[in-house]
Design a binder for this molecule. Structure first.
Ligand code: MF3
Ligand code: CO
Length: 253
């Protein structure tokens, strides 16, 4: 069942989203070559706790950290580690969820560390551009499948692939709620969007083939072919005539 959020619930989610935005604003300034993904996790956790939020990911099905930090060929759920050092030219996805008084907001950015290759840069830009192009479709009355289809078409027509095993999702008092929001699908299918729905839309893109593998740690998801991957996500609320993104900081590009 897809829940419709009350004004109060939306307010709490917006607070959570504000802190998510603040974390990205902080990270943008601090990510640098030589830093471990563990240090990124520390910044995420400290910023959330200092702003009256709890990192929702910590302990979620036993997940051991406050952020998923996924470098280059790691698509999702990279566990922060003192041994994973970020290098100039890496693309680093930081996927975070904040819980403010029982309500969640979820987002991901992929940061370019220093100067990255043209190849990596195009992948990162395309993934983000895809998100912003796709959400233009969002308003009450639209089928969810229209959004999913648009994302797939946008990504595949540019020579990339979307992951099949992981999807976007509804969000609210739980990190993952109905509906599932695949990055592939058919127009005119799926639920019809309504005002007050809260959705996490998240293109997860592979430069090469669509296949992924999960490492022995039970979390880390990598491209099977070792090629680059990218992820961009925001939480948004469906409004009477469109949507409102709640996980970007003021002035964020
Ligand atoms: N933030 C992820 C998402 O976009 C989920 C992270 S799984 C966790 O849905 F275990 F790390 F929490
Ligand atoms: Co999500």
């Amino acid at each position: 069942m897809v829940s419709i959020k009350s004004a109060r619930e939306i307010e709490l989610m917006k607070q959570a989203g504000k802190v998510v935005g603040l974390v990205f604003q902080t990270l943008e300034k601090q990510i640098h070559p030589g830093m471990s993904t563990w240090e990124i996790d520390e910044i995420v956790e400290e910023t959330m706790l200092a702003n009256d939020c709890i990192p929702s990911e910590k302990g979620y099905y036993g997940y051991p950290a406050s952020a998923c930090v996924s470098v280059n060929e790691t698509l999702l759920h990279g566990i922060p580690s003192k041994k994973i050092i970020i290098r100039e030219g890496d693309i680093v996805s930081v996927d975070i969820v904040a819980n403010y008084h029982g309500y969640h907001a979820d987002a991901c950015r992929t940061f370019k560390v220093g100067t990255v290759t043209e190849r990596a840069s195009r992948l990162v830009d395309t993934t983000k551009d895809c998100f912003f192009a796709a959400i233009k479709l969002i308003k009450p009355g639209v089928h969810l499948g229209d959004i999913s289809h648009f994302i797939q078409e946008y990504i595949e027509s540019r020579g990339y692939n979307v992951v099949r095993e992981y999807t976007g999702h509804g969000i609210g008092s739980h990190m993952h709620e109905d509906p599932n929001i695949p990055n592939y699908g058919n127009p005119g299918t799926g639920i019809i969007l309504q005002e007050g729905m809260a959705l996490a839309i998240e293109p997860m893109v592979l430069e090469g083939k669509k296949d992924v593998r999960v490492l022995g740690d039970g979390w880390t998801v990598k491209s099977r072919d070792g090629k680059l991957t990218c992820h961009y996500e925001n939480t948004l609320i469906v409004t009477h005539d469109g949507y409102q993104i709640i996980t970007m900081y003021e002035g964020e590009q």
